[in-house]
Ligand binder design. Structure first.
Ligand code: HEC
Length: 170
């Protein structure tokens, strides 16, 4: 009779421990994530969001071209959005912040004029891509896409940490 009640109690304790420990464990994970979010400079988050928009539009053009999807007007639309987004880049990067979860190199603020030049080249290439796509001439679209891709590298190479050094690997 006594043994029986002890084992019953033992089970209860295990259930209780689980019932209490699990929410605490989950809550502490959430608290940590929140804390981490707060530590990240919102300027870093914003400029990465701006860059993601550009990357997403580029990816969408790639989807259409690689798979020969029939999306009338879409490539010109995406390229036009990229050219528009170019206007968001300089304000997004204006503040010199290279500490934290970012791949932006200090060189951006050491040579802002060069950064703006790479930016202008990108905007010009995106507009040219929009024009080429609107023309409907595949002979123009291929080279324009190549030049647009090159313009990303024209800024990433001098101003963004390479993949191997990315904060994402830390
Ligand atoms: C004028 C400079 C410049 C140009 C032009 C540029 N980028 Fe970037 N890009 C950057 C910098 C700097 C970062 C790193 C930002 C950071 O981590 O704070 C970046 C980051 C990114 C990221 C990662 C965003 C994230 O979520 O962390 C993507 C995707 C990207 N660029 C795509 C592109 C594509 C595609 C193009 C061309 C069509 C392009 N970029 C053109 C400077 C540029």
């Amino acid at each position: 009779m006594i043994r029986h009640s002890i084992s019953a109690l033992g089970l209860d304790i295990r259930v209780l421990v689980l019932a209490f420990a699990l929410p605490i464990f989950v809550a502490s994970g959430v608290a940590r994530a929140d804390h981490h979010e707060q530590d990240v400079d919102p300027n870093i988050k914003y400029r990465q969001s701006v860059m993601s928009i550009i990357g997403t539009n580029m990816g969408a053009i790639g989807d259409i071209m690689k798979n020969r999807l029939s999306m009338p007007g879409a490539i010109a639309n995406h390229a036009g959005q990229m050219a528009e987004s170019a206007g968001l880049i300089a304000p997004a990067f204006k503040k010199s912040i290279s500490d934290g979860p970012t791949d932006a190199k200090e060189e951006i603020w050491q040579d802002w004029a060069k950064f703006e030049k790479a930016l202008a080249k990108f905007e010009e290439s995106a507009r040219a891509m929009q024009t080429a796509a609107s023309s409907g001439d595949p002979e123009q679209v291929g080279p324009a896409m190549k030049a647009l891709g090159k313009s990303c590298g024209g800024c990433h190479k001098p101003f963004r940490k390479p993949k191997e050094e990315s904060f994402r690997n830390m």
